[in-house]
Design a protein around this ligand. Sequence first.
Ligand code: ATP
Length: 194
Amino acid sequence: MSLVLGVTGGIGSGKTTVCKIFSTLGVPVFYSDVEAKKAYQDPMIQMKVRAEISNEVFVNGELQPRKLADIVFNDRDKLEALNEIIHPYVAKLFAEWRLAQNAPYLIKEAAILFESGAYRQCDHTLLISCQETIRVQRVMERDGASESEVRARMSRQWSDERKRELAGFEIVNDGQRALIPQIMELHNQLKGIN
Ligand code: ATP
């Protein structure tokens, strides 16, 4: 089976940007957060979320993300319950996807790779890092969000310093250091390990 590189980084660090470049090199990428969002369309998941979190998070079968965030970020038990519904679902999708790939290594992108403990199932981990001020600017521009909204999202994630302790590799995406040579170096190294 192919090795798995878990890729993570704080909001606005450029995880998706970096993964898209790896993808152009032929590396298959699994976007955990995209799959987690899709999970809410599954009727079984909807039933569990309604039962364990609240009936109000779906209106006509459509997830109300703000409502859900309001509930789970103010209630630790509900956040844990939600994770216990969503994480196994995404883990199963990932396991199936992994079996269907044929490449020297695969990427699993996840915003909370370290926070969730999912990094333990990866062979290697990569942190995309960038200082907070730049990340805030990027996300404000990308999402049209206010600084306080971005900082509130950031406050629920670990700092780069804390993630760095667990990360095997690091790519600095601060807009100063060129991204492509860092990606190529790691790509060549990972191809070689396999
Ligand atoms: P999130 O956690 O919110 O999903 P992310 O880590 O996946 O974010 P991206 O969406 O890849 O981050 O990047 C955030 C924004 O910053 C995007 O609009 C992207 O185009 C921009 N960006 C990323 N890297 C750079 C860079 N090196 N120079 C300029 N802009 C960049």
